[in-house]
Structures are given as C-alpha cells and as structure tokens.
Design a binder for this molecule. Structure first.
Ligand code: APR
Ligand code: ZN
Ligand code: ZN
Length: 361
C-alpha cells in the first residue's frame, strides 16, 4: 500500500521550501522504500531550489542520507528489509562498456526508481539527485542502497552519500594521493575539508589547506592539514611553492569551482603533478592558459565526479574506518536539525560556519 509521509518540497524557483505530505508508492521491480534516519543539507539542494540544475519542479529535496530498507520490490537481490544503507545518486547498469571494463563509476546507463513519488494532488515529484531523502520515507532503485555497518551513526554515515565522499574520493580515488605526497587543497568547505581528510588517510606528508576564511582553515587544521594559507593575505601559488621546497604540490585539489582557483590549482602543482578539479564551475566560466604551460609541466588534469567513488567498495570501507576511530565523520556534522529547519539551514550556508547541517528523523 502506498504511504503518505512528510517531505521537504521546492515548488518553484527561489521560493522557500515547504513541508508537504507526499505519497510514496510500494516498491516496484528493482526498487526499495527506505525509512530515512538522517539526511545532510548540501549546496546542491539549494541549487535545485534556485532552479540552477533544471526546471523539473516540484523537487523533493535531500540526497545525503542513511536509513533502513523497509520493503523491496520483485527481483531485488542487493538489499533486504531491515538492512542499514547509505544512498547513492544512481544505480549502475552492470552492462555498458564502462561497467564491463570494470569502471562502473563511469557507467553510461545509471538509473533511479522508475515509479514516481507524488504530492497529494498527484503531481509527480523530481527527487534531488534521484534520491529525495528530506522525507520520512523515500523510493529509490535498489542499486542506490549500499549496506554498511548498522552501528555507525546515521548523521555521519549519510554524509558519505555526497559531499564528504566527493572530497575524500577526490584525494584517494581521483588524485591517487600516495604515502609521503605533498597535497594542497584549495577551498576548505565540506568538500575541501573532506579532501584534507582523504589526503591524510592516504598518508600524505604535507597537507596545505587554502581558503579565504580563517574559520575554515582552523577546521582544516583539526582534520589533518599541516599548513594553512589564507589566500586573502598571501598569494596561494607562491605560498604552496614555498612550503614544498619551491616545487609545488604533488597533488592539488580544487574544491571551489571558480576561474581564479582553477588557475591557482594549475600553477600550484609540481612538474608532473596532478590537478584534481572537484569544484563545479558555472557554464559561463573560462580560463586562459598558455599551451606551453599545459604541455611543459606534464602531469595530469583530472576532474573528479562524485569522488570517482564506487559506493559498494568505498562506503563500507570508509564506515569501517569511521567505526575504528580513524575517520572523523562527526567533525563534518556541525548541527543536527529537524525536517522543518531545512530552509533555515539554507540561510546559514552563506555564513560560512557550517560544514553540514543534518536532518535527523
Ligand atoms: N580561494 C580559496 N577559497 C575560497 C575562495 C577562493 N577564491 N572562494 C571561496 N572559497 C572557499 C570558501 O570560503 C569555502 O570554505 O571555498 C569553500 C567552498 O566551500 P562550500 O561553499 O562549503 O562548498 P562545498 O560544499 O565544500 O563545495 C565546494 O565542490 O562539489 C563541489 O559543487 C561543489 O563547487 C562546489 C565545491
Ligand atoms: Zn550533495
Ligand atoms: Zn553501466
């Protein structure tokens, strides 16, 4: 039987979000209904509300979530009712050329639930990133659920579903940071600070955190940055070079998404170093680089999509590290809030002192 629950809805561009009653259908073939326990508030949710992603209003927001599988549809083998899971954006197909070549993180044919959740009047909802977890229950594709250790706190676990995974993965998967490397992270919000954590997990010897906000740099220090640079008071490229014996960092991670920081990342890397671009630019942004610098410096420019993560491999591994006290996910949970407070959390995002607000159910 379809169920009615409360969810956070963005009805129209720029309008404050509202709690509304939504209908969650029973899971169809390949689908699962998940009872959400925690869901983080991410910039992407705000971006949806502002019409910055697409115009498929109304949106059911929320996508950094952990919860318990309540029911599954026909043919579901990935998870069973009662499983504690972290949700991911898309289930992979297992059959496209990326999947067949062992790189399902680049799957060309990912999917979400086929059925739609609806408003009371029957209007179909667009769930944010195919998840829609600012709701007591949500319908997803079973492949969007990854089973993890049920002892892990939902507030912390849910964060692996998006921003924190993107940052950790930028360092460990895309950047392939290795033991003894020097790493610079430009922009230390939730994503950049997660990259700092990833660099430390990977055994980096030097981790240089760059931001324009001293509060963010303090947090970075607490998470493992060995040096901090406020790029309002110092040229970050020069500072990174100075801190790396005049060379530049082995891996530079850009986690802002602006032309000036892209350019800084490019010049802050050592010869043959790697630049990892995880900050998402807008379509109008451009930079100009001398081709000889692109060619002559060697190395690699890589963009990092969802931290190049493989949920089935990375979520349980990172949850194990968290449970062992080796990965401080709690440091990213600035505050826990109620479902009604998502709009207020959006306002606080602009003030810079919140890494993540997390809705607890
Ligand atoms: N130089 C250095 N840091 C900067 C600059 C700059 N010119 N401009 C902004 N910052 C810092 C901010 O002070 C903030 O700490 O970048 C950080 C951005 O963090 P958040 O706004 O919290 O964003 P976050 O969620 O971390 O995402 C960062 O990654 O995945 C992408 O879409 C996401 O593009 C976004 C980026
Ligand atoms: Zn997100
Ligand atoms: Zn595929």
């Amino acid at each position: 039987m379809a169920q009615q629950v409360q969810g956070v809805i963005a009805r129209a561009k720029g309008e404050p979000v509202r709690i509304e009653t939504i209908t969650v259908p029973d899971p169809g073939p390949g689908e699962a209904v998940v009872k959400v326990q925690a869901c983080g508030v991410c910039h992407t949710d705000l971006h949806y509300r502002e019409g910055g992603i697409n115009d498929d209003f109304p949106f059911l927001l929320g996508h950094e979530a952990a919860g318990v599988v309540e029911s599954v549809g026909d043919g579901v083998t990935e998870v069973a009712p009662g499983d504690y899971v972290i949700l991911n954006w898309r289930a992979v197909c297992g059959q496209c050329r990326a999947c067949l070549r062992g790189r399902p993180q680049y799957c060309f044919d990912t999917h979400n639930a086929k059925q739609k959740m609806t408003l009371a009047d029957g209007t179909e909802l667009s769930p944010a990133l195919g998840i829609g977890a600012f709701a007591e229950k949500t319908l997803v594709a079973a492949g969007q659920c990854t089973k993890v250790d049920p002892a892990a706190s939902p507030a912390a676990a849910g964060l692996l579903g998006c921003g924190v995974m993107a940052g950790i993965g930028a360092a460990i998967n895309t950047g392939e940071v290795g033991r003894g490397d020097s790493v610079a992270v430009i922009g230390c919000g939730g994503v950049g600070n997660a990259a700092v954590v990833g660099a430390r997990l990977a055994g980096a010897a030097k981790i240089i955190a760059v931001d324009i906000d001293d509060k963010k740099l303090e947090t970075a220090k607490g998470l493992g940055a060995t040096h901090t640079v406020n790029s309002r008071s110092a040229d970050p490229v020069e500072a990174i070079r100075e801190l790396t014996g005049g060379n530049g960092a082995d891996v530079v991670i850009e986690a802002v998404g602006r032309p000036e920081t892209y350019e800084q990342a490019f010049y802050a890397r050592d010869l043959a170093g790697t630049v990892v671009l995880v900050g998402v630019p807008t379509p109008d942004m451009k930079i100009e680089l001398p081709l000889l610098d692109v060619f002559g410096r060697g190395g690699a420019l890589k963009s990092s999509w969802y931290g190049d993560c493989l949920p089935s491999r990375d979520f349980p591994m990172l949850i194990d590290l968290y449970q062992q006290g080796r990965l401080d996910l709690d440091a990213f949970v600035t505050e826990t809030i109620a479902l009604e407070d998502v709009e207020k959390a959006f306002e606080r995002m602009h003030h810079g002192d919140v890494l993540r607000s997390v809705v607890i159910f």
